[in-house]
Design a protein around this ligand. Structure first.
Ligand SMILES: C[S@@+](CC[C@H](N)C(=O)[O-])C[C@H]1O[C@@H](n2cnc3c(N)ncnc32)[C@H](O)[C@@H]1O
Length: 229
């Protein structure tokens, strides 16, 4: 899908504005309350959230045709859990982890039916082949280059072979050289595809509805990987 210059500019401006919301936590970054989901005002926030949920549900809907069991799902980097209940409605048991304890306490209060716990993408406290789906939504883009392979290995380890992987991550600026202190690391979809060589990349698209709203931009590229062959 083509992305307009305006949309690229918006994304760059948004990044600069969001630096103030970033907190460094050991080798990772997390956010102050307003920084988890970037939006200038309530209409933008609700519009963005609506279209993200729509695409997330559409991606999860692929489970049926792929014969993926609705057993256990894992959401890595759930923030304050705004997407967790939508994932939970597709599975018997949904587990969501993050490194930010403030966000997890908010999430537990709002969505008591989801099991929230503190863990890093790079060290998932779950046995291998535990989950029928693993979801990251604008999370791996915040994992530094030195640790991204470790995080992807962990995802592969905890996912069942007959599982769905759904990532929504920044990719647009993957060709741009990285700057010191940068907290978002855009990576090509091919980079993620290489990490899951036995899976097909079934969906690779931006959220066009958000890109078409003046002043807004898709938070990332949705990449859905099917079961391992
Ligand atoms: C941009 S927020 C997105 C939150 C949520 N997925 C959403 O869309 O509302 C990125 C989240 O990733 C979390 N995060 C960053 N590094 C992480 C890591 N290594 N393991 C788990 N979560 C991480 C942050 O704490 C933050 O909650």
């Amino acid at each position: 899908m083509a992305v307009s210059r305006g949309s690229l500019l918006n994304r760059a401006v948004r990044r600069v504005l969001r630096q103030g919301d970033v907190i460094r936590q050991a080798e990772f970054v997390t956010f102050k309350p307003k920084g988890f989901v970037a939006a200038e005002n309530p209409p933008e926030l609700l519009g963005r959230h609506y279209y993200e949920v729509m695409h997330l549900r559409r991606s999860l809907g692929l489970m049926t045709e792929l014969n993926v069991k609705p057993g256990r799902s894992l959401e890595i980097g759930c923030g304050f859990g705004r997407l967790s209940p939508y994932i939970a409605e597709h599975f018997e048991q949904h587990t969501a982890v993050d490194i930010n304890n403030w966000a997890l306490s908010q999430a537990s209060q709002f969505y008591p039916h989801v099991a929230f716990s503190s863990a890093s993408a790079t060290e998932l406290p779950f046995p291998e082949h535990s989950f029928d789906a693993v979801i990251t939504w604008t999370v791996l883009q915040h994992v530094p280059n030195s640790l991204i392979d470790k995080a992807l290995k962990e995802i592969k380890r905890v996912a069942k072979s007959n599982s769905l992987l759904i990532l929504c991550e920044a990719t647009l600026n993957a060709a741009t050289p990285q700057e010191d202190g940068q907290h978002t690391h855009d990576r090509f979809p091919e980079f993620y595809a290489k990490a899951f060589p036995s899976r097909s990349l079934l969906v690779s698209e931006f959220i066009g509805e958000i890109d078409r709203i003046p002043s807004m931009a898709s938070p990332g590229r949705i990449m859905v990987f099917g079961p391992a062959s």
